[in-house]
Design a protein around this ligand. Structure first.
Ligand code: GLN
Ligand code: ZN
Length: 758
């Protein structure tokens, strides 16, 4: 039994990769220096994997931005608007596709399956002349061999996944595109074969989504062709993020190995393997170490799983692998010296996961007794966290259980609440408001930094925040908005802010994960029972409300968004953790209401992100997600108005769940997708308040009054004016002050013009 890896974080232990890219873009690093820096990171990663005892090390997974874009460049499919004529694109063209240039807008970027990694969407064009511009996997293979003597396993994005993620062609052109690109894949493989490469990993995560019979036949055709073209190469078709949908078709592909995810498959891969067996002539890539979570594995359980698999697959044909590329986890937990030792010891980031892989493979070869010491130490670390008081907060557990048993419903129905709220608020038709944050100017950021470093004491920082709030309350009054916000000046990030104030959350110093391009995020870690410790937003909100008679909306991040943007403990289900967060937020909602705040917005921009890959699992997810939101918001009085906000516009397929949130008012991003969203509301069954963002906050451009009136009129063709709210698309924290004020002024003017007409 051997250990294998599927991909490694590019960003380096200290985000050196990000720094190098950004220095190059800023003109502070020349091209040769960039190549040298990235090569050092790349070789360092390979060496690390060897040191940790990984037998099969992937090569070619490294990138200068995104591996899907690398594939596009390799196949000669750079879109025409970048003015590139054939051959291998230089870095200027490569980065123009990723980030845009003066002449051409960047290619679209979107989420890689259900992860927070974003890839550059390939744009196919009938007139393109695909050709192999460069054999990237071959170069990577040679480099690892020449420089380090490592016999790597080249990785490529599989052709079917690549095409399914691409846009710019009609469904009936798929076959044609396979025909056009297949010879190029064959050429890559033939050249690798000539070089003496033995195994190649082809990533086909698309095989975990639902595919039709015809599509599966296409996949079969692809691999039959490639196997025939490069018979000397053994192909590993690698799947991940879910169970494969058509187990027998996938394991029956004419290749030498199949990689399956046994961590995120809900048990389905394991059950299918037990039921249908596994072809005796194939290698099984067994994804038994979680490539997305950050916790130490239960090695005893995973090695028992390997033993079970070994009953159907000869152990020497099993490769012990992570469930997916380690790209999705941070680099190294051992360096987190500021974390509590009990927590740190229970973590496994990429480096620690390599050790786990090597250990499991060794157990497979030599038996558990050979590594008894390591196993016991690992188990002690897991147990210590499990037994720690942070995971045994009895009041939280009792209250959560009670909470979940109660119905999560507001006292009054929608009509009753609407009447109570109209009587209390007396808002004009088409009320105007904003989504929460106002510009986080350099001044705001530098104040926070001084406070964090201890240069400013709490009193000084709080006074500064109050000054900002006062200034923006005055601006909102002067603009004539109807519902105000305090501006969120005290927050860096909408999840981090709450995580720092709740029990059960921890923050790493270097737990970065690539999100897109050079952008990395550092998700909070939910390691213990989530506990409300003290009011988190009451002081700032009440201060803002004390300055005006207009209603000030309280502003919270919802339970599902906090969950989906964090690393979550794995001893409870996500559902259970969501309810714990809901309980804490409910206490905050109640504290705001008790302090006289009568409108409270609970943002859920990440609700959609949590949707499972498989459609048939959507309902179960949405049910508990909606329930968590309702649990946090349902105890307020009828006249207290609950708002929510979401930053996306694909609504059609989850509109019932969104309606079931039962928020009195929802604001949604729309300005980049007019028509489609509005049609979601066409049947008139959505009976609550709704604000479709009337301008795009992602751009510094100030929209004209007429653009906004046009947008509003279009919406009013399907929505009743009594339902409709006027607001921007999202929070304004990334905008400059002047453009914000001007845009909001135009928004208020547009609203006033329309009020005359309705
Ligand atoms: N209230 C938050 C803000 O205005 C919402 C941010 C978001 O939707 N991502 O910044
Ligand atoms: Zn938003």
């Amino acid at each position: 039994m051997k250990s294998g890896n599927l991909g490694y974080p590019r960003i380096g232990g200290n985000r050196e990769w990000k720094k190098a890219l950004e220095a190059y873009w800023a003109g502070k690093l020349d091209e040769a220096a960039l190549h040298a820096e990235l090569k050092a990171i790349r070789l360092g990663n390979l060496q690390r994997q060897r040191e940790k005892g990984i037998d099969v090390i992937p090569v070619g997974d490294f990138t200068y931005y995104d591996h899907v874009l690398d594939t596009t460049a390799m196949l000669g499919l750079i879109p025409d608007r970048f003015g590139h004529t054939g051959g291998e694109p230089g870095l200027d063209v490569y980065y123009a596709v990723a980030r845009g240039s003066k002449e051409a807008a960047a290619s679209e970027m979107t989420k890689w399956f259900n992860t927070n990694y974003h890839y550059i969407v390939p744009e196919l064009n009938e007139a393109a002349e695909p050709r192999l511009t460069r054999n990237r996997p071959l170069e990577a293979y040679r480099e690892a061999k020449d420089e380090l003597g490592i016999e790597g396993r080249p990785v490529l994005v599989g052709l079917f996944t690549y095409l399914k993620l691409a846009k710019g062609y009609a469904p009936d052109q798929l076959t044609g595109w396979i025909d056009r690109l297949l010879p190029l894949y064959a050429q890559v493989l033939r050249e690798l074969q000539a070089e003496g490469v033995r195994w190649v990993q082809l990533d086909e995560p698309i095989l975990t989504t639902t595919l039709s019979e015809e599509e599966l036949a296409q996949v079969h055709r692809i691999y039959a062709y490639l196997t025939l073209e490069a018979p000397g190469i053994q192909l590993l078709v690698q799947t991940y993020f879910e169970a494969v949908d058509a187990y027998e078709a996938v394991v029956g592909l004419p290749v030498h190995g199949i990689g399956l995810d046994f961590v995120h498959d809900g048990g389905a891969n394991r059950a299918a393997l037990r039921k249908h067996g596994f072809p005796a002539d194939k290698v099984l890539g067994a994804g038994v170490i979680d490539g997305r979570g950050i916790w130490r594995a239960d090695l005893a359980r995973q090695s028992a799983l390997l033993t079970e698999l070994g009953e159907q697959v000869a152990p020497e044909r099993i490769l012990v692998q992570p469930s997916n590329s380690l790209l999705h986890v941070p680099v190294r937990a051992a360096g987190e010296q500021r974390l509590d030792a009990t927590l740190r010891e229970a973590l496994a980031f990429a480096e620690e996961k390599l050790e786990e892989l090597a250990l499991l493979a060794r157990i497979g070869r030599e038996g558990a007794a050979a590594v008894a010491g390591e196993l016991a130490a690992a188990e002690r670390a897991r147990e210590a966290l499990q037994q720690s008081p942070s995971r045994r907060r009895e009041p939280v557990q009792r209250m959560t259980a009670e909470l979940v048993a109660q119905p999560a419903s507001r006292a009054g129905d929608v009509q009753t609440r609407r009447a109570a709220q109209e009587a209390r608020w007396q808002l004009p038709l088409l009320p105007t408001t904003t989504i929460g944050s106002f510009p986080q100017t350099p001044e705001v950021r530098s104040a926070r930094l001084k406070w964090r470093k201890g240069e400013w004491d709490d009193a000084r920082y709080e006074a500064f925040v109050q000054e900002q709030i006062r200034e923006w309350i005055d601006i909102q009054a002067e603009l004539g908005l109807d519902v105000y916000v305090h501006g969120e000046f005290e927050r860096t990030d909408m999840v981090e802010f709450f995580g720092e104030k709740l029990g059960g959350f921890a923050f790493t110093a270097g737990g970065w994960v690539q999100s897109y391009g050079s952008r990395c995020v550092k998700p909070p870690i939910i390691y213990g029972d989530v506990e409300f410790l003290a009011p988190m937003t009451v002081a700032e909100t009440v201060y803002a409300q004390s300055l005006t008679d207009a209603p000030v909306k309280g502003m919270l991040t919802g339970p599902v968004t906090i969950l989906n943007w964090s690393f979550v403990r794995d001893d409870l289900t996500r559902e259970q953790v969501a309810y714990q967060i809901a309980l804490a937020l409910r206490q905050e909602v109640e504290a705001l209401e008790a302090a006289g705040i009568g409108m409270i917005q609970v943002d859920e921009p990440a609700l959609r992100e949590g949707l499972p890959l498989k459609r048939d699992k959507w309902a179960a997810y949405l049910e508990w997600a909606v329930k968590a939101f309702r649990l946090s918001t349902c105890t307020v009085r009828n006249e207290t108005q609950i708002h929510t906000h979401m930053c996306y516009s694909e609504f059609q397929d989850i509109i019932d769940a969104i309606s079931a949130l039962d928020a009195d008012v929802i604001s949604i991003e729309t300005s980049r997708s007019h028509g489609e969203l509005i049609s979601s509301f066409e049947d008139g069954t959505y009976d609550k308040g709704i604000g479709l963002g009337v301008y795009d906050i992602h751009s510094p451009r100030v929209p004209a009054v007429s653009e906004m009136t046009g947008m509003i009129e279009r919406a009013l063709r399907v929505l009743a004016p009594e339902q409709f709210w006027i607001n921007p698309d999202c929070g304004l924290k990334t905008r400059k002050r002047e453009e914000t004020v001007e845009a909001l002024r135009n928004m208020v003017t547009a609203t006033r013009q329309l009020r005359e007409r309705y």
